[in-house]
Design a protein. Structure first.
Ligand SMILES: NC(=O)c1ccc[n+]([C@@H]2O[C@H](COP(=O)([O-])OP(=O)(O)OC[C@H]3O[C@@H](n4cnc5c(N)ncnc54)[C@H](OP(=O)(O)O)[C@@H]3O)[C@@H](O)[C@H]2O)c1
Length: 245
């Protein structure tokens, strides 16, 4: 049975993903609230014939703690077969304009911290000459929009990082998959108005499972976001800067 490490295990999308894979995986849940993870572990234990996931405290922003975190996980499971990076924050954009330190915190959690922890894990998998790394980025990283370019730029950094990591690890038997969800109904977007393009966390989790199984390089989830983003990416700048979105 494969060992699957989930970073940001309490995320709305991650929780649906865990339910989909718990029957045939040994799950290692990592997140910054042990009490919440203990509750998730109990739910998954029931769903997987009594196999309780392991729990590890993990803070993306605590860069200094990442090496010890990976050592602890490896000490318990010996080898990590798959890693799924779900964690992320999306602070209010207007609030970030007033307090740029919040924007920097978002960059630390979503991009710098992701880069740091995945480098540690990539080294582990490269040495094992096997593995799968799935990073959840966002369509918001494809082009900076006036309404959420701070969050979007953290995801642009993550997407570029995953692309390079994929190229680095391809010769070492490790695959890297980039997931780009569109708008998803989760705690992250609870305060926002939902429109026709909103997807459920379960639908996106299914897309993650499928993309991972097919060893996709990049997957827009749901797939129609590829078309939407092609239009947005190719809008000429003189039009783009006048569009309010
Ligand atoms: N929802 C969307 O519309 C959407 C669209 C595109 C991409 N995404 C991306 O999809 C991923 C999952 O998001 P979601 O919608 O499921 O959001 P969510 O429910 O708000 O989950 C975010 C997760 O990140 C964790 N987290 C926050 N700060 C952390 C830190 N410093 N260290 C470790 N974990 C931390 C949270 O843990 P705590 O709750 O314990 O803080 C939570 O588990 C994120 O990367 C997000 O950017 C979401």
């Amino acid at each position: 049975m494969k060992n699957v490490l989930i970073l940001g295990a309490s995320s709305g999308i991650a929780r649906q993903f865990e339910r989909l894979v718990c029957a045939d995986s040994r799950l290692v849940l990592a997140g910054n609230d042990p009490d919440v993870m203990a509750k998730i572990a109990t739910d998954l234990e029931v769903r997987s014939d009594g196999r309780r996931p392991s729990i590890f405290e993990f803070d993306s922003a605590n860069i200094a703690g990442h090496a010890a975190f990976v050592q602890q996980v490896v000490a318990e499971v010996k080898h990590i077969d798959e890693v799924y990076l779900f964690f992320g924050v999306m602070f209010d954009e207007i609030e970030c304009h007033r307090k740029p330190e919040l924007a920097a915190k978002m960059g630390l959690v979503n991009y710098i911290g992701a880069m740091s922890i995945l480098e540690h894990l990539a080294n582990h998998m490269e040495a094992n000459k096997a593995g799968l790394i799935v990073g959840v980025s966002s369509v918001a990283g494809d082009r900076g929009r006036a309404s959420n370019y701070l969050y979007g730029s953290t995801k642009a950094g993550l997407s570029a990082y995953l692309s390079g990591l994929r190229a680095r690890l391809a010769a070492h038997g490790v695959h890297v998959c980039t997931i780009k969800p569109g708008f998803v109904d989760t705690p992250m977007t609870a305060h926002l108005k939902k429109g026709g393009l909103t997807s459920s966390a379960e639908k996106v989790a299914r897309g993650v499972v499928q993309a991972a199984r097919k060893r996709k390089n990049t997957a827009y989830v749901p797939g129609f976001w590829w078309m939407v983003m092609m239009v947005i990416i190719h809008l000429p700048e003189f039009i783009f800067k006048k569009v309010k979105f």
